[in-house]
Unconditional design. Structure first.
Length: 263
């Protein structure tokens, strides 16, 4: 009887060790296509290339959706602002981060999750290509439930924008947040010295609302950026060196039209 129990324990131990090794193996593979050598099976290589092509098409589809929805968000926002203030806004705050659809959830504590893109003004009627980003963080001002919100951040300079999306600084703690004015008067912000100011506009159910983004982190959507530009890029590549995609999307032109429609 002892031998049977011992044998059963050994079998269970072996099974657990095999399961753990399998999990570690698959976790180490990640979601990127495998690499191959000259001796690799041609059929496996072709399968990998098809996988990579489908993967890029999927991520480009995400980029198209974000740009298309983001253009609508910008059109509605800019049409809601006083034209004189909008012109001043565009000339003095050269970077926009647009999250066309974020999800704010709350049970005991709140959180905000969303994807979007950033672009910065490069000169008179000239803008950078979009750099795709995501936002994650705590959120207040919402009771039990979930809510979809459009959010636009307006940053005062490109340096702050780049540091934000690289994770070097966060909203609220390093960048002073202020609700963006909807009329002719420019808001006074939070009155915090030595902090860059960020205006935010949030719109839920057709109305502009106040939200809390303190501590929220913005970071790159690396796969979407790679698919859009068809090569890995950094925020400096896009903002400083004006990298452009090999195959531009028409949705990008719609975003630029929304920004340039304000005269």
């Amino acid at each position: 009887m002892r031998e049977k129990v011992f044998s059963l324990k050994n079998l269970l131990l072996i099974a657990l060790l095999f399961f753990g090794a399998s999990c570690n193996f698959f976790a180490s593979q990640g979601s990127n296509p495998p690499s191959f050598t000259e001796d690799s099976n041609p059929s496996i290589i072709r399968g990998s290339l098809r996988y990579e092509e489908n993967y890029l098409q999927y991520e480009r589809g995400r980029a198209k959706t974000l740009l298309d929805k983001g253009a609508s968000t910008l059109e509605i926002l800019l049409s809601s602002l006083d034209k004189r203030f909008t012109n001043k806004l565009l000339s003095s705050h050269p970077c926009f981060i647009v999250f066309p659809e974020t999800t704010r959830v709350a049970v005991l504590i709140g959180g905000v999750f969303g994807e979007g893109f950033m672009l910065c003004k490069r000169g008179e009627n000239a803008w950078s290509e979009p750099f795709f980003v995501k936002i994650r963080g705590a959120s207040a001002g919402l009771t039990l439930g979930a809510e979809f919100t459009e959010i636009v951040l307006v940053l005062s300079n490109q340096g702050a924008a780049k540091r934000l999306v690289k994770g070097e600084i966060r909203l609220g703690s390093d960048l002073a947040l202020a609700a963006g004015p909807l009329g002719r008067e420019v808001g006074t912000g939070l009155g915090i010295k030595n902090l860059e100011k960020v205006y935010y506009y949030a719109r839920a159910k057709g109305l502009f609302v106040g939200i809390s983004l303190n501590g929220a982190k913005v970071s790159p959507l690396e796969r979407v950026n790679t698919a859009y530009f068809q090569k890995p890029v950094t925020v400096e590549d896009v903002i400083d060196y004006n990298v452009v995609p090999l195959k531009p999307l028409k949705e990008t032109a719609r975003v630029l039209e929304a920004l340039q429609s304000v005269k």
